[in-house]
Structures are given as C-alpha cells and as structure tokens.
Design a binder for this molecule. Sequence first.
Ligand code: CP
Length: 306
Amino acid sequence: MKLIDIKSMERAELDGLLDAAESFLDPDGAVITPPHQQTMLNGKALALLFFEPSTRTRVSFELAAKRLGATVVRLGEEGSSLQKGETILDTCRNLAAMGVDGFVVRHSERDIPYVLAENLPHTIINAGNGSGEHPSQGLLDALTLRRAMGGEFQGAKVAILGDIIRSRVARSDAFIFSKLGAQVTLAGPSTMVPRANEDGWGDVRVTTSRDEAIAEADAVVVLRIQRERMSDARLDLDEYITTWGIDEEVLTHKMKDNVWIMHPGPVIRGVELSGAVADGPHSLIMAQVRCGVAMRQAILARGFAG
Ligand code: CP
C-alpha cells in the first residue's frame, strides 16, 4: 500500500479509510483498539523516518502502530548514516533487509515519497513532503469534520485560511474536502494564495478577503505561517494578526453561530488563532488530534492487510 497524496486517490478509497477509522473511535470520540485488532500487526515492523520536526504525526503513527501490535523503529538524519552521504532510498533498502515492512516518511523534498514508492515494494506513507501533501492529515481532518457534522458534509462550505501556498495541509485538505462534496475556499494574503484556477489545487475558490471566506463557512481550517518554507522572511506580523487572525471578536461577529474551527497544529497562539478560540467550544483541534490516532490505525491496518 502506498499513501502518497490525496490528489490521486479515488472517492471510494477515501470513504473506505474514513469508515475504517470509525472502528477505532468510541461514540464520544475517544481512541479505542478492539481486542481482535490489538495483535493484527504482530510480527510487522514500521520505520518512522522524520527529517523535519513533528509532534502529532510522528507520535500518533507510533502509538497507532503499537496499539495494533507492530514494532516501531525511528530514524532521523542526525545520528544515522545519512550524515555520511547515504541516500534515503539506500537507507530504506538496508532497513528492509533487516526486516522493516513499511516506512512513514517526512522530508522537506517533495519527490522523496514518490522515489521510495517507485523503488520499494513495501508500504510507504507520506507524512509530509515539503509543501507538497500530508495525506494522513487530510484524512484525519475529513474524519473529524464528518463526525462533527453528523456523518456527512456534502455541500458544506469549508474555508482554509492563511499561508496556503506553502502548506501541505492546505493542499491535502483542499483535495479531500472537495472530493467528498464540500465547497472549498482558499483564503489568505495575495502572497500566500495560489492564483484563481491555478493547477494543483483541485476544484476550489480563491479569495484574499478573510471576511468573505469565513462569512458563510461551516468550518474554517486555520493554518500556521510556514516560516521555515519562506524564502523572504519579511512579514508584518501585527498586520497579519489584525487582517487574518481569528479571535473571539471575529468569531462572534463575522462567522456563523455554529461554525467549526480546525487547525492541524502546532497552533501559534495569538497569531493565527487566539487562545480563547483555540480552546473554545467551536474548536475541533483536540478532536483532530484524537482522530489522528484512529485514522493512522486505519491506515496501518490497510497498509499491512494480507
Ligand atoms: N499536523 C502536523 O503535521 O503536526 P506535526 O508537525 O506536529 O506532526
């Protein structure tokens, strides 16, 4: 099984993974692992290869794998023979020779998961390839919103807000929400959004007005500014906060009463979201984190099926 991008996935595959993840959540949204699935990955070994920082994705894949009975090994650039010049593909071939059955990889270069997928017969999961995609995040976001909206979001309006062009989450979310029937609007400053009708974003609207994007939205996915991927780091942060930040004032006066606020994390409190909104009753942020473990159990169960 390869999970590289949402862009190339069919609706049936997405629905299948979302439905499978439901079996790893109880009705209150807590993560569960039914007894018959606690040993389903016994004898399997998963390598987590993270060459960019991560908290949620790395830990939730590790927890998900262990909850299903797999062994997990972790490798980053530091302390590995990648520092001596070995390629990631050769590293993976060596790990496979040791008995690793699957790889979860996060890397700043977009082509890395594609190279691994083309050259290895093993399970390959893209955990973020630069500003490319983050498919497991797209899936967990869709799972979270589907549950919050009662199991269906056909026709729902989803706004994705902030530093869009540098965000792999924006790309995976744009594809998955529109493939599942939502109307997606990408919104941000002109330097942070794609051009209208630009390839690579699917069926989306683009605006440079926060208030236009959020006025009718049923859910707003708020993004962090991706400073690590900015070539020109100049940014008037105060102006960004005023123009693009979501605080209680904006939430109360400019958004629908029943809007859901989402954020993939890490949240930079006081910049894209106020702490009160991040922790408030409209926020799905912790539900996203819980759904992340369930979704990754579903992905690994599918990845090692048979
Ligand atoms: N959402 C997300 O990818 O978070 P991490 O960078 O902490 O994994």
